[in-house]
Design a protein around this ligand. Structure first.
Ligand code: HPA
Length: 278
């Protein structure tokens, strides 16, 4: 039974990867999962091959949004990348394995580094909307883990180390690039929840007490799966709003979109500066 499950996961990864390879023969080196606001980077991928998610065997398909999402393969700053245009969230109803399956496929294709971004609420009182934060570490408050179940020994160990989930080396690269660009870059702990409701003020006080600097609804499961498989990770949060109860105003998705739109050129410049040095 256990053997079968492992075999099934590996088989699905291979079938998805084989399909992608039949359309793009080069080996991508860097995976990009970019959250709200950074979709524009898709336009900067050179020699691009675009594959709709729905064509890829076993790939999740977005049923919630209007369009299903696409995988882009090509180069950015001279590096071969695989970019997910459209990401899956657990609040949409997907299981934790489904949300992170694309990372498994990245591994199978030979991806060695993963760059993830998200929009997040600022919990740290020193932060301001529009700040960019390099993720030093995360706290998994989704209480779900994509690695539950028989371990896929071919990919990684049963009990993977998470003491450096977010690569120190890549964080240093990010800080250097930010400094060269004259950009203030925060560094902090990402606190991951399921959503979709935003937090209550009491929850935000708890999160601050527990050591969270920013709070959001993505990223954690993708990073767990990547680290299990030995992929080096760099993560960023765009602080799109102050978390609940800090300001005397309600939170809204409109505010999140407005802020990510406002800072997207700065964020994009940072990402484009980092990719060649990853
Ligand atoms: N909380 C959770 N997720 C978020 C927030 C927030 O305040 N802002 C953007 N994503």
């Amino acid at each position: 039974m256990e053997q079968q499950n492992q075999a099934a996961v590996l088989q699905q990864m291979k079938e998805a990867a084989d399909y992608i390879r039949s359309h793009y023969s080069e080996q991508p080196e860097i995976g990009l999962i970019l959250g709200s606001g950074l979709g524009v980077i898709a336009e900067l991928v050179e020699d691009v091959v675009t594959i709709p998610y729905e064509n890829i065997p076993h790939f999740p398909v977005s049923t919630v949004e209007g369009h299903a999402g696409e995988l882009l393969l090509g180069t950015v700053g001279g590096r071969r990348v695989l970019l997910m245009k459209g990401r899956f969230h657990q609040y949409e109803g997907y299981g934790v394995e489904t949300v992170s399956f694309p990372v498994r496929v990245m591994k199978e294709l030979g991806v060695e580094k993963l760059l993830v971004t998200n929009a997040a609420g600022g919990v740290n009182m020193e932060y301001e909307p529009g700040d960019l934060m390099v993720i030093r570490d995360h706290i998994n408050f989704t209480f779900r883990n994509p690695l539950i179940g028989p371990n896929v020994n071919e990919l990684g160990v049963r009990f993977p180390d998470m003491s450096e989930a977010y690569s120190r080396r890549l964080r240093e690269v990010a800080k250097s690039v930010a400094e060269e660009q004259g950009l203030q870059l925060r560094e902090g702990v990402y606190f991951g929840l399921l959503g979709p409701s935003y937090e209550t003020p009491a929850e935000i006080r708890m999160i601050r007490t527990l050591g969270g600097d920013a709070v959001g609804m993505s990223t954690v499961s993708e990073v767990l799966l990547a680290r299990h498989a030995g992929i080096e990770v760099l993560g960023f949060s765009c602080i799109s709003n102050m978390a609940a109860g800090i300001l005397d105003q309600p939170l809204s998705h409109e505010e999140v979109i407005e802020t990510t739109e406002r800072v997207k050129q700065t964020f994009l410049k940072l990402i484009l500066g980092i990719i060649p040095r990853m």
